[in-house]
Design a protein around this ligand. Structure first.
Ligand code: C2E
Ligand code: MG
Ligand code: MG
Length: 421
């Protein structure tokens, strides 16, 4: 094991100053990483183990720094990480995520599992207007806030910088949307009775760093909050329908479901968007399903389902997603403009062990039959659940047991491998 670096604030400040001087217009970022529970390791396993823990952190930080003299030990258990040139201030969120995930990995020293608890403080020096000392002060204030905050390890000092984690994500989201830099993954909807796949659900994927994804729910929330819901949904619908056309050219006839955010159901633009994108890509309307959560549909009841009715009459299918969580009254089903119900995965995941879930699922199956709705169960994670739903009379299912959501190419390969030669 390498020697633990000694603490040297001045060497760090000199290096920071040099980077600031060399980059007089750009944005420089500084992260302070504090291993806050080092004392516990020292007490439980001895100082040697504590030193090795610090050495491990130092080596991990060095492993992701691309430039020399950017990682320093500046306190007993405090490291500084300089990001000399950030193309966009939002990229500091990427560095933060990378460091967090590296330090969260399991660590074993001298056969002891080490519980590494750390906090990260951040400073952004835009147009490098601050001195090295001032930049460090900002990062220290941010670290202090991170240590006292309930929400864990990410914090920026609001008085020094307007940007916080949410704003960084929002900024990054806007950039990605502008660049169309998202992906759709496709999860097969399987006919439980025959095992055939003739449709897929398109699910948004936002890769923020290599193999690190922001949850689609977070992306959808950001879009809604920042007034970009329609723009995001436009991208989703066009991408999915275009994909259908590409598959069709490759000889694959499938349908696709896309998720529509609650706040767009009553937006007249939604109808135009659906109509236009089907026309642009030359895809038949019967091959598109719009998934809308049950709770959003209930909200829409007051507005009389006008938009949904219009879409259904136009010929696209409407699916009620996450069914069972929104407390629909049965009487709504007489007027609800839907073709499909999706049983929420919370009833499916424990189906085999929970008799209440089984009863609920049976009722939902009856509702679907009564109102002539196609029924899809989501969250099928094993063969027993698959068989159970099949025997109960559920038509379709989605779940990790059959396939996780896949990139378009992999989905195509899956279907090729299943089709009779
Ligand atoms: P959803 O529409 O109910 O999608 C099903 C979710 O269940 C997906 O999560 C899927 O990966 C997950 N899932 C599928 N099979 C299994 C399983 O066997 N076990 C478990 N535990 N989970 C399974 P994902 O992709 O993270 O999406 C979460 C939610 O984000 C979606 O729930 C949907 O509400 C929303 N979402 C995803 N993509 C979009 C989009 O393009 N637009 C909008 N507005 N919302 C989206
Ligand atoms: Mg869905
Ligand atoms: Mg769902």
């Amino acid at each position: 094991m390498n020697q633990l670096p000694s603490i040297d604030r001045q060497v760090f400040l000199d290096s920071l100053t040099q980077y600031l001087n060399a980059n007089d217009q750009g944005t420089l970022g500084l992260l302070l990483i504090d291993v806050v529970n080092l004392y516990k390791t020292n007490h439980s396993y001895g100082y040697n183990c504590g030193d090795q823990t610090l050495q491990h952190c130092f080596t991990q930080l060095q492993s992701i720094s691309r430039l020399p003299d950017t990682v320093f030990r500046i306190g007993d258990h405090l490291f500084a990480f300089i990001l000399p040139e950030l193309n966009s201030p939002a990229f500091i969120a990427l560095a933060f995520n990378k460091i967090s995930s590296l330090l969260q990995q399991d660590l074993i020293i001298d056969e002891q599992p080490i519980d590494l608890d750390f906090r990260i403080g951040i400073a952004l020096n835009e147009a490098t207007e601050f001195t090295a000392e001032k930049t460090l002060l900002i990062a220290e204030a941010s670290l202090k806030q991170a240590k006292t905050s309930q929400h864990g390890s990410f914090s920026l000092d609001q008085t020094e910088s307007e940007i916080n984690k949410t704003q960084l994500l929002e900024k990054l989201f806007a950039e990605r949307l502008k660049a169309n830099d998202f992906m759709l993954y496709y999860q097969p909807k399987v006919n439980l009775q025959t095992g055939e796949i003739d449709s897929a659900e398109a699910l948004l994927r936002w890769e923020i760093a290599e193999q690190k994804f922001v949850s689609p729910q977070v992306a959808v929330e950001i879009a809604e909050k920042t007034g970009q819901s329609l723009a995001l949904t436009k991208w989703v619908i066009h991408t999915a329908i275009r994909q259908l056309k590409d598959w069709e050219k490759q000889g694959l006839q499938v349908s696709v479901s896309v998720n529509i955010p609650a706040n767009l159901i009553q937006d007249p633009e939604l109808f135009t968007l659906v109509q236009d994108s089907l026309a642009i890509w030359g895809v038949h309307r019967s091959r598109l399903t719009l998934e809308i959560t049950e709770s959003a549909i209930i909200e829409d009841i007051k507005a009389g389902f006008d938009n949904l009715q219009k879409l259904k009459q136009f010929g696209v299918d409407i699916s009620i997603d996450d069914f069972g969580t929104g407390y629909s009254s049965l009487s709504y089903f007489k007027q609800i403009p839907a073709n499909e119900l999706k049983i929420d995965k919370s009833f499916v995941l424990n189906l085999l062990n929970d008799t209440q879930d089984q009863e609920i699922v049976k009722i939902i199956i009856e509702i679907a039959q009564l109102f002539e709705l196609k029924l899809v169960a989501e969250g099928i994670e094993n063969q027993q659940t698959y068989d159970c739903l099949k025997n109960l009379g559920c038509d379709y299912g989605q779940g990790f047991h059959m396939s996780r959501p896949l990139p378009a190419e992999k989905f195509y390969q899956l279907l090729q491998s299943k089709s009779p030669a």
